[in-house]
Design a protein around this ligand. Structure first.
Ligand code: G
Ligand code: MN
Length: 266
């Protein structure tokens, strides 16, 4: 898209309900669904289908971005609350991408907890994914204290795009991280690239020592799945298992049984 949408465009889109979430299933090493990541999309009559990177570019939080983020949180908590009363899905976790500016204020933190409570959703089932690539030196001015407050309530923090950002070991030292999420950038050519294997092995060792969960995103082939499983990864997401989809959970259930019967849906 050539021009960034204006503040008015975004607020108008929110009002017109042009935003929606798709969910990509997350699998365990036994190929069972254990959760999903919510991904934001915008179907704009003017610009067409847009991904978050197309419209959440501003370095500084704008009113519209904060409102969109609040809508996303509301929607995922609602969904998590619904799963809580489903015998199969009550163990599923929900991962949601957040930006550090959503955690600037104590009020924002309280709002996340209040939203979870309102929908009867278990905080321990919520993973907040913070992308490492977003961090600048000094944590962009946001205080890790707020993340510690959420962590105390059971909410988990995943460092998305682990290893891609600035000073990533510093994040592990300062933030209450439960999970590191590694992009396919590090395992695209695992079988032919010896360096990739070593990097994955080192990350795995680091995660083991720090008792962090390891998740892989962008898993596209059975070979990648096998290698990452052996390297100690616990969570897998990618086209090999399932594309992000609209939340028709009976469709995902079908996807799960199709997967288990070994005809993988890409
Ligand atoms: O950074 P973030 O976690 O938001 O990235 C998720 C994005 O990656 C989604 O928009 C999704 O469409 C895309 N994606 C999901 N699975 C795969 C995959 O297996 N391969 C590639 N190339 N992209 C994927
Ligand atoms: Mn993510």
């Amino acid at each position: 898209m050539r021009h960034s949408p204006s503040e008015d465009d975004l607020l108008n889109a929110l009002e017109q309900r042009e935003f929606y979430l798709v969910y990509q299933p997350i699998f365990n090493p036994d190929s069972c669904i254990v959760g999903a990541e919510a991904l934001l999309r915008w179907r704009s009559p003017q610009y067409g289908l847009l991904f978050p990177g197309d419209f959440i570019k501003r370095a500084r939080p704008s009113q519209s971005i904060l409102q969109i983020s609040a809508w996303v949180m509301e929607t995922v908590c609602h969904q998590l609350g619904q799963w809580a009363s489903d015998p199969v899905k009550r163990s599923w976790t929900m991962s949601v991408n957040i930006r550090s500016h959503q955690l600037y204020t104590e009020k924002a933190v309280a709002c996340i907890l209040e939203t979870l409570q309102r929908y009867g959703a278990d905080p321990r089932k919520l993973y907040l994914e913070l992308s490492e690539t977003e961090f600048l030196p000094g944590f962009n001015g946001f205080s890790p204290t707020h993340l510690h407050a959420l962590h105390k309530q059971g909410i988990k923090l995943a460092l998305d795009n682990f290893g891609m950002g600035y000073s990533f070991l510093n994040h592990l030292k300062k933030l209450p991280v439960s999970q590191i999420k590694i992009d396919q950038y590090f395992f695209k050519n695992l079988l032919s690239d010896n360096n990739e294997q070593k990097i994955v092995d080192i990350m795995s060792m680091l995660a083991g020592l720090l008792k962090l969960e390891m998740a892989a995103k962008g898993v596209e082939t059975p070979e990648q799945f096998d290698y990452l499983k052996k390297a100690g990864f616990s969570f897998f997401q990618g086209y090999f298992f399932g594309h992000p989809a609209l939340l028709k959970w009976h469709a995902l259930d079908a996807m799960e049984s199709a997967h288990i019967s070994s005809s993988h849906i890409r």
